[in-house]
Design a protein around this ligand. Structure first.
Ligand code: GLY
Length: 369
């Protein structure tokens, strides 16, 4: 890891991590064994819908990061919250098994080296691979057979991992072909991304770009772009195929070139005028962590410094302007996330994936966990 933090960044980031730990501790005490997804006016507990159940790994994932930084008090809740997810290694309802298991069992395995944990990760990879459609060569999204989401690039890593662990060439083939299809149909020539692609189920022909959570089919939903930046970087880490590195870099360059100077993007780069002022801090947190990953794996020192500098700039803004530190009633860590604007879910709220990738990015930036 390239550590280019200045001393002042360092203390800002450490304070933010301490704050995050206090917030998660308060949540665990207030609502034990509860896995919230987004806040409602700053409160985690509410009856608003989930749309899909993809987030339960992020809260224990934060605990694992804090445990790996040396605070042993997080070990017991991290294990307990992770263990309760174990049955979901067989979950065929979601395309999010990477989110669920890399943040939990993946971190647990990395921290303890316990090989028994790998079986759960491998099974989760095998289950996700069952979503693969030969016609079209993609892992179908949770919404329908003909649908591919950019988000799945964050999950395909668990199939790469299962392939590496087992030597199963069929799994590797699925992970590679899904990633190449996503690159071909959802990443545009300028490095921007579409959220969703639709295929003809009979022929496998790619039909068109569309969206669920973005502004339009031809817009660039910023969280989707951040998922691509991070996901293709992770795919490069697994496969060492230079096409994935180039795609991750193109997405990173598009993000940096189109963001305001503070590094925190609008919820969609092509948002209509009435919502252009609405930011998504979760996209910024994912991008910051993905940029630090790129700085680590890319190999080009000049580019690496640029990615790391941009990541620190984003993190600095998040720490200074979006931390809920000045609002004791607010239960989340980071304000200004957006889940699903069209459904009115989690708009300008704390969102659990934003909390997780913010903490991960801080941990990566400090690099001394
Ligand atoms: N569906 C994943 C996301 O909201 O980014």
């Amino acid at each position: 890891m390239i550590s280019t933090c200045t001393g002042s960044d360092d203390s800002l980031f450490r304070e933010a991590l301490d704050f995050a730990g206090r917030k998660v501790r308060a949540l665990v005490r207030r609502d034990p064994d509860f896995y919230p997804m987004y806040t409602d006016r700053g409160r985690w507990r509410h009856d608003l819908p989930a749309w899909t159940h993809w987030c339960d790994g992020f809260l224990p994932g934060i605990m694992w990061i804090l445990a790996s930084r040396g605070d042993n008090s997080w070990r017991e809740p991290a294990e307990r919250y992770s263990r309760r997810l174990e049955p979901r290694q067989f979950d065929r309802e979601v395309h999010d098994l990477g989110f669920l298991f890399l943040s939990t069992y993946g971190r647990w395995r990395a921290m303890t080296g316990d090989p028994a944990l790998e079986a759960v990760l491998t099974q989760a990879g095998r289950t996700l691979a069952l979503r693969f459609r030969e016609k079209g060569a993609y892992l179908r999204s949770f919404v329908s057979e003909d649908s591919l989401f950019i988000d799945i690039m964050m999950n395909v890593g668990i199939i790469f991992r299962a392939a590496q662990e087992t030597g199963d060439e069929a799994l590797l083939d699925i992970a590679m072909r899904h990633s190449l299809t996503t690159r071909r149909v959802l990443v545009r020539g300028d490095g921007s991304t579409a959220h969703e692609g639709l295929f003809d189920l009979e022929t496998g022909e790619f039909l068109r770009q569309t969206t669920q959570q973005g502004s339009r089919g031809d817009s660039c939903w910023t969280r989707g772009l951040a998922w691509a930046l991070y996901g293709f970087g992770a795919a490069y880490g697994h496969a060492r195929d230079a096409r994935f590195l180039r795609t991750a870099e193109a997405c990173a360059d598009f993000y940096v070139a189109n963001c305001p100077a503070d590094g925190v993007p609008p919820w969609d780069f092509d948002a209509p005028a009435e919502s252009r002022g609405l930011v998504d801090t979760s996209a910024a947190a994912i991008a910051a962590s993905g940029l630090l990953q790129l700085a680590d794996i890319g190999g080009d020192a000049m580019k690496a410094k640029g990615y790391a500098d941009n990541a620190r700039r984003i993190l600095g803004t998040l720490c200074e302007r979006y931390l809920a530190a000045g609002d004791p009633e607010w239960e989340g860590i980071l304000k200004g996330g957006v889940y699903h604007l069209h459904k009115g879910l989690g708009v300008s709220e704390s969102v659990m994936w934003g909390e997780y990738f913010f903490v991960e990015a801080l941990d990566r930036a400090l690099g001394d966990g």
